[in-house]
Write a protein that binds this ligand. Structure first.
Ligand SMILES: [Zn+2]
Length: 306
């Protein structure tokens, strides 16, 4: 028979639980409280062009969550949707859509993939953040409400020495690409960093418009999976960009989808692309060694940087 615990032990137990809860809350992050989150999600996502399925969208939006670190600078929730695969050893795919608020068709892809995942048991586990920059979507701007380009605000090692300098030199201080005064300064960047840390993705997809290419920051794939809707082309990456932060510095592949300005007549290419990503993830993450990224194979004018 166990001897009853004395008060000292009980207190220690309570304190341990309390301290553990505090640590848990600060590490995992608390859920932010948005009373109408599901309905907000439905309303937000219906604003993007193209068709949606009412039932699947509602179902997907009923499952979105928002972490306390994921609130935009104007207080809008940056919610995420998780679909866990039942396949043993499934890999994890993280999708950021609308990192740039004026690239509306990117929202269609986020919405469509959430709906589709709702109806299948995927090979990989997926986390979709359909709107990373809700203030930018509201104002139809590339930047967030603080006029900062989130895709130049990631804390890459060369941020302090390179981000501002690169912005001045290569963009002639274009306000659409302002990296901010400090690395990782923006709530939207902090939210993205939270998800990278919390979800520990094997593969990242970032959805943009309008360059009409698939740009893969990852190990060389030859030949790349066939995809007629968009050609594969390397655009390179920049101080403060997600590709530099996650692939060059952390060796997690990043696929940047640059969509056309108009949607395809039906969403079949996005379905096909989701399947290609599923295969690419398997291919990439099964390798033992990962070579360094190859240099950009093409030159694009600065105006075309994603
Ligand atoms: Zn973009």
């Amino acid at each position: 028979m166990k001897r009853p615990r004395d008060n000292g032990e009980v207190m220690t137990g309570y304190m341990k639980t309390f301290i553990f809860s505090l640590i848990f809350m600060s590490v995992v992050g608390a859920k932010a409280d948005f009373a109408n989150l599901s309905q907000d999600c439905v309303n937000d996502l219906k604003k993007f062009p193209g068709a949606w399925d009412d039932k699947l969208l509602k179902q997907a939006c009923e499952r979105v969550l928002v972490n306390s670190l994921c609130v935009s600078s104007e207080g809008r929730p940056i919610y995420h949707y998780d679909k866990v695969s039942s396949t043993p050893g499934a890999k994890k795919v993280l999708v950021f859509s609308l990192i740039h608020g004026d690239e509306t068709p990117a929202g269609t892809v986020g919405r469509y993939w959430m709906e589709r995942l709702e109806g299948i048991d995927p090979r990989n586990t997926w986390r979709v953040i359909p709107v990373l920059n809700p203030d930018g979507v509201k104002y139809k701007t590339r930047t967030n409400a603080n006029k900062i380009d989130i895709n130049r605000n990631f804390p890459t090692k060369d941020w302090s020495t390179g981000a501002i300098e690169n912005w001045k030199r290569t963009t002639k201080s274009n306000p659409r690409r302002f990296p901010g005064a400090e690395a990782g300064s923006e709530p939207e960047t902090k939210c993205a960093l939270y998800h990278l840390e919390d979800f520990q993705p094997d593969f990242i997809v970032s959805v943009h418009t309008p360059l009409k290419v698939l740009d893969f920051d990852g190990p060389k794939v030859s030949p790349p999976p066939k995809f007629d809707y968009l050609p594969w082309k390397s655009l390179g990456n920049y101080p403060g960009s997600l590709g530099r932060y996650m692939w060059l510095e952390r060796k997690t592949p990043v696929l940047t989808m640059e969509l056309k300005e108009n949607l395809p007549p039906n969403l079949a290419p996005f379905e096909r692309l989701q399947d290609i990503i599923g295969s690419l993830v398997k291919l990439e993450t099964e390798r033992d060694t990962r070579p360094t990224a190859s240099p950009p194979t093409s030159f694009l004018p600065v105006a075309l940087e994603h």
